[in-house]
Each structure stands twice: as structure tokens, then as C-alpha cells.
Design a protein around this ligand. Sequence first.
Ligand code: CP
Length: 312
Amino acid sequence: MSEINWNRKDLISIKDLTVPEIQTILDIATSYKELIQRPIKKVPPLRGKTVALLFCEPSTRTRISFELSAKRLSADVISMSSDSSSLTKGESLIDTAKNLESLKIDLIVVRHKFAGAPELLSKKTKAAIINAGDGYHEHPTQALLDMFTIREKKGTLKGLNVTIVGDILHSRVARSNIWGLTKMGANVTVCAPPTMLPKGIENLGVNVSYNLKDAIKNADVINLLRIQFERDSGLLFPSVREYGRLFGLNDDVLKLASPETIIMHPGPINRGIELSSNVADGKQSVILDQVTNGLAVRMSVLYLLIGRGEVQ
Ligand code: CP
């Protein structure tokens, strides 16, 4: 394992991280990946620590993954959602976090619809904060688990061609992946209808394509993004059928890529829109590996933030 390069209280964005910090997270996650395959999966680094999950937007994967990661590291875990908390009575997010701090919570995992909410909390509380997705801004642990999965399957990130397809405009997953992958030396192409690409996206160091068939030809990795109907993504193209026809990945289109190309998706999947069920469940798909790897990566992040005692 490489030297531990970590001196941060919080994990808010991939944009903030250095290459050695990303390498440290991925290397420690490799050890945890081995651990979670064992019959006894629990280890003590977070014994005596308390982790709060504060999810103000829906989640399956991220929430369960953080809960399980914290429990595997022996933390106590409390779970809150906005609709069953006093946030519904008008309490501010900062007051909620201050109350958690008063209860001696060590770390708060936050998902919020407003970009910047986790960063605000990181400045207002002594507890460590992990951004579990904020608006259109970032979803750092998703990008870390994506990079971990690519590195695991391909042996490296440097020099790989990664094509990200779909609603880049609304996607915090895309932003975090672009920051991370370009830092780690991958060549990133984004592919979408023009309405789904933010203005100036090429300034982030990516190639831009409006044609799926062209964009996947030399791809080592194809990462398909969910159409975010709850954020009005459906208004950005004439019809779902049209989107699926031009940007959906099915067996016929996938034949244009190498058989070694891996297929990724952060989930949840809209089957038959971003990709066909055959592709989602096919032998090139690593979508469920991403979910398993999320556990190892989140254990790594929790360990680095609150699991190293005085070393911090
Ligand atoms: N990938 C992801 O963030 O999934 P959830 O919304 O289910 O957490």
C-alpha cells in the first residue's frame, strides 16, 4: 500500500482532492475489498464512533452502503431522512447538524438537493462531513467507487478511454467522475444530445461527442447515466423513445466497441432507456461490482476521516 496521504476533516468534492489522496483512498479500499469477502467482515477502527446519515433526497445504494460500511467498521449508526425529521417543521439544515454535533456525532453523511449544502455544514460543525450527493454538483464517493472498479478491472486509470453518456447537465456523478478521471490520467469523452451538455464542458478537459456510435468505438469503459426525470431531464429531448434510439446502449450498438469494454451505470437504471436489459445484465456489465466496491471505498473514506485516532 502507498503512504497514507490524508489530512482532511471532510470529503466534499473530488475537485478538491490531490492524486495521492485519491490513490490513498483506492489503496485502502483494496484492503477493505479483501476484508468484505471474508466470513467475518467486522473490524474495529470506528469502535466508539457515531455516524449519522442525513439523507434529504431518496437513495438506495449510497445510503445502505454508508450504513453497512460504518457498521462493518464497528461504528454506531443513526439514520435520518428529511421527511421524518424536524426539517419538515422548518428547522434549518445547520440547526439540525448542530443538534447532531451536540449529541457528539463524529461524522455526518449528507445528501441534499442543494449544491453546496455539505460544504456549508462542514464549515458550521466540528463533525466530519461526507457529501453523499449535492444537487448537480458532486457525488464524490460514487466517482471513487467508479475509479476503483475501473482500476480493478483494467489495472490502471492512466491512458484509458472512458466515455460518459447521457444527462451530463444534471449529473453530479458525471462532474465527480470527470474531475477524478482526468486527474488520474484517463481520457474522458462525454456523449449526449447538445441540450444535455453544460456550456463550456470542454474546459474541464473532456472530448465532446453527439454520436454514441462514434463515442464508444475506442472506449475501454462506457459509463451510462440515468435520465433524471425528477430533475426534468425528460424535457431535454423530444421523446424517451427518441433518446433511447440515439443514445441508448443495446447489443447491436455495443458490438461497435471492443468485447473487453466494460459497461458501468451508477444506478438506479431506467431499463430500456439508457441501456437495454441485455446490456445491463450482460457479461461486459460491471454494474453490480460497482455496488460491492462502493462498500470498500466508503469504508476507506470513513477510516481516513475518523478511524485513525491521533494520527489525524
Ligand atoms: N448511485 C446512487 O447514488 O444511487 P442511489 O441514489 O440509490 O444512492
